[in-house]
Design a protein. Sequence first.
Lengths: 125, 125
Amino acid sequence: MGKRGKSNRFNVLLNYKLWLSSISGEGIISEEVHILLVGIHDKNSLKAAAEDAGISYRKAWGDLKQAESLLGYDLTEKTRGGKKGGQSVLTPAALKLLEAYAALQKKLDDAVEEAYLELKKKMEN
Amino acid sequence: MGKRGKSNRFNVLLNYKLWLSSISGEGIISEEVHILLVGIHDKNSLKAAAEDAGISYRKAWGDLKQAESLLGYDLTEKTRGGKKGGQSVLTPAALKLLEAYAALQKKLDDAVEEAYLELKKKMEN
DNA sequence: TACCGATATGTATATCTTTGCATAACGGCA
DNA sequence: TGCCGTTATGCAAAGATATACATATCGGTA
């Protein structure tokens, strides 16, 4: 055995969740919307993106709508009918948001990781 | 009017939520537990802490129990009966956790604030 | 010893969220 | 023009989460 036992091992994980909200706090853009947008970027389809994200189309559609209403501009350009039945394509604004969000998430992932290690160290000391 | 209008103002707030979980992910210690612990520290009463936190005693009690079970040790020393009816007092381990958590929260608050400003800047440019 | 107020816990109720249809509109294409 | 697949949207049903309520235990104190 080593010098110190495993008795006071701090065996818990640190999780976090991000979301954007209106100033008043009602409407929100959850991380799920980010995942949806990535999916739409890949497939040009809200339906497919919802499936990939593992949520119902109904919810995906509602979430996206709320996000657009909150931001005040469209994140997708939707068309119905046609050969493929219709599609949802990201707007330039959505692409910009995706890019900015990726940077933000990376920064916070790092900060959380770092904070977690410090917490663990303090709790295991 | 200034040089740039307020048209592309990114009028949304960045929120986040932290929690600890078991490796397997079932049990969790939510931020609410942190608030509860602070309340217990102040009042030496779970009942009072729950009221302050604005949640039911039933939930507060369940949350605390889950947290203790997840950590594997007690966060409070509870007594029933007596002059005041009983009380809940934080254990040294809970105090240590509170301290470590405060530092963690400060660090993340700062990181989020910083990340938010960057996001805003990118989205408003 | 009866009472008080807090902890302890099960269970029913209410509230909130998500899903699951159902149904309509749309526009290429066979 | 009828079919297909997707977007669009309302509404009922199902699931998850929190509250409310009931009841028991405990130990000082009047």
